[in-house]
Ligand binder design. Structure first.
Ligand SMILES: [Mg+2]
Length: 259
């Protein structure tokens, strides 16, 4: 029985190219499923503040999630007063592992910065003085960077990254949207047969390969690697874009009907 939805946000729930950004059926489905006891987790590369900003201000969704997995890593649940609170000790344990990874990856990250000098228009991202990722001008530049990073990873396997189009965030290899979803499921006592997941880009692949969610889907705007992952996992490749595709998948799996 379906008990948890894990959805990416940008390109999966919200469509930045259409008005409305979220189809009315998506709102109706979220309302109906949550009323039936199904929980909704937004599983995103956004920070917690940026995600809330998107849900509440930018797109003003009338339905809000029960859980948030942010920066492809940290898990939060809502307090009774509506505020987000870390769920379990996963975030704290992850912070320790990331401190260790970034310490050991120092020389590699210096090589990354040197490598990026060949590209125009790169924006390097820092958090509290730590080099955490970058934005490239084009997807082609990011393809090159990912190949370069894959080479570096042979020297420090715990060093990994999460890519979303022209954005990349460095991370410990044990942390992804997939492993965070697995931890959320463990905390909730759910098996993968109770979980539906939807996403559209590279950073969504770890939650779409069938390991953590049985019912997987991707909207039509997904990148080819995501489509291949969903197809291989026996999931549903939607014809509609973003939330129109998610609604299509909920119907396909028999989880929601129009009332
Ligand atoms: Mg996305």
């Amino acid at each position: 029985m379906l008990q948890l939805l894990s959805t990416d946000f940008d390109g999966t729930i919200v469509n930045h190219d259409t008005k409305p950004a979220v189809v009315p059926e998506m709102i109706a489905a979220l309302r109906d499923l949550r009323a039936a006891g199904v929980k909704w987790a937004v599983n995103t590369g956004r920070t917690l503040g940026h995600m809330d900003d998107g849900l509440v201000r930018e797109f003003a969704l009338p339905v809000q999630p029960d859980y948030a997995i942010v920066e492809e890593r940290d898990i939060y649940h809502r307090e009774a007063d509506g505020r987000w609170k870390p769920f379990g000790d996963w975030n704290a344990r992850g912070a320790v592992l990331h401190d260790e990874m970034f310490r050991l990856a120092g020389p590699l990250l210096a090589e990354v910065l040197a490598y990026l000098e060949r590209f125009e228009g790169v924006q390097n991202l820092y958090d509290k003085g730590r080099y955490i990722g970058c934005i490239t001008a084009t997807n082609g530049d990011m393809d090159h960077l990912c190949r370069f990073l894959d080479g570096l990873r042979a020297r420090l396997p715990m060093f990994s990254y999460q890519r979303n189009t022209i954005y990349i965030r460095f991370c410990h290899e044990a942390y992804s949207k997939g492993t965070a979803l697995g931890e959320l499921a463990r905390l909730l006592g759910l098996g993968h047969e109770a979980i539906f997941a939807a996403g559209d880009h590279h950073n969504d692949i770890p939650m779409l390969d069938g390991s953590f969610a049985k019912w997987v889907t991707c909207p039509s705007n997904s990148c080819e690697e995501v489509k291949l992952t969903v197809r291989t996992a026996g999931g549903y490749l939607a014809k509609g874009a973003a939330s129109a595709g998610v609604v299509e998948a909920l119907r396909h799996f028999g989880f929601w009907k129009n009332s």
